[in-house]
Design a protein around this ligand. Structure first.
Ligand SMILES: NC(=O)c1ccc[n+]([C@@H]2O[C@H](COP(=O)([O-])OP(=O)(O)OC[C@H]3O[C@@H](n4cnc5c(N)ncnc54)[C@H](O)[C@@H]3O)[C@@H](O)[C@H]2O)c1
Length: 312
């Protein structure tokens, strides 16, 4: 299958590439390397990488017209400077419009979009059902939500996945790399008083395989284990993994002004419609991530929050 992946040099995109190239798919990537890295994309047959931005409508249209993908995976997103509203709006709103318009114009079979759970803002029900109202309040959340809404208006089937925190190779955001790096360096940590859900990359990839199939109902889906865990639970697993048994108990601090106390997605409608459910449990997921850092280390740590790097 021919698959066009925007933001393919990022965490999710590069994992999809590592998973799909050996399966024989042909992949075209468009990335501006704002947070992704060219070196994670191997020079292998079946993979072509173009440096550029989804904001460039003519470029996006030309790439889709020439490559003729059956599937478009829209993974590009800007978030690294929470004060840079214009960049977030350009990449996440205009960029999403450009991608879906090109898909519409050139007969793409399906567009798969990745959305943040921050679209729900501060939800009144947790776990958050997929039909809960959207109420984002950060530059990243607002721009991603506008982008998703535009995409859903297009005349091309769009599947938008509202994702839990996906763990896996090259994860560079949130509490797991932060605690791992700081504890290893003997630095102090704090835990924000928040609850999050985590999804293992293998579970995410299994869903993505399923979405390449013929019969997929377009729409918006929550993608999660449905289980919430505190940031302190993650701290404890990281400390245990590093065998720091007498480490100082970290202070638990209230969530920052731009953070959300609890983000746990209810994926039951995803299970009933698509037949997918996560297989890895919370502790396995965190420990598999830590084992990856043991082998490869933590390089970057990004956050879309101005105050605290704890959620995605
Ligand atoms: N990883 C998660 O747990 C998670 C959770 C919720 C939502 N998401 C969404 O999934 C997608 C991928 O996330 P990720 O974790 O891989 O992040 P990432 O930062 O690793 O990947 C995003 C990629 O997009 C690229 N990019 C940014 N602006 C661009 C532009 N204008 N044009 C072309 N490329 C651009 C970056 O360089 C990067 O390679 C994003 O849309 C994000 O909002 C991810």
């Amino acid at each position: 299958m021919r698959i066009f992946i925007t933001g393919g040099a990022g965490c999710l995109g590069s994992n999809l590439i590592e998973h799909w190239i050996p399966a024989g798919h042909e992949i075209l990537v468009l990335d501006n390397f704002a947070t992704g890295k060219r070196e994670v994309l191997p020079a292998v047959a079946g993979l072509k990488v173009v440096e550029g931005s989804v904001v460039d409508a003519a470029l996006v249209d030309r790439l889709v017209a020439e490559f003729k993908p059956e599937i478009v995976v829209h993974s590009a997103a800007a978030y690294k400077d929470p004060a840079n509203w214009l960049e977030d709006a350009a990449s996440n709103v205009t960029g999403s419009i450009n991608v879906v318009r090109a898909a519409e114009a050139h007969g793409v079979r399906r567009v798969i979009n990745f959305q943040t759970a921050l679209c729900y803002g501060r939800p009144s029900t947790v776990p958050i059902p997929v039909d809960a109202p959207v109420a984002p309040f950060t530059s990243y959340g607002i721009s991603k939500t506008a982008g998703e809404q535009f995409m859903r208006m297009a005349q091309v089937p769009v599947v938008s996945l509202r994702l839990a925190n996906v763990t896996g190779p090259r994860l560079a955001i949130g509490p797991i790399p932060t605690f791992y790096k700081r504890l290893k360096a003997g630095q102090k940590c704090f835990c924000s008083d928040t609850v999050r859900d985590f999804l293992d990359m293998e579970d995410f990839l299994a869903l993505m395989d399923l979405l390449l199939g013929e019969n997929v109902t377009p729409g918006v889906y929550n993608v999660s284990t449905g289980e919430g865990h505190t940031i302190k639970e993650i701290f404890d697993i990281v400390a245990d993994h590093l065998q720091l048994h007498d480490v100082e108990t970290p202070p638990i601090v209230p969530p920052g002004a731009d953070d959300v106390p609890a983000v746990v997605l209810d994926a039951s409608a995803t299970t009933s419609t698509l037949g997918w459910r996560a297989k890895h449990d919370f502790e396995q997921t965190i420990r598999r991530q830590l084992a990856w850092y043991d082998r490869h280390g933590v390089t970057d740590i990004f956050s879309h929050l101005a105050a605290q790097p704890t959620s995605r």
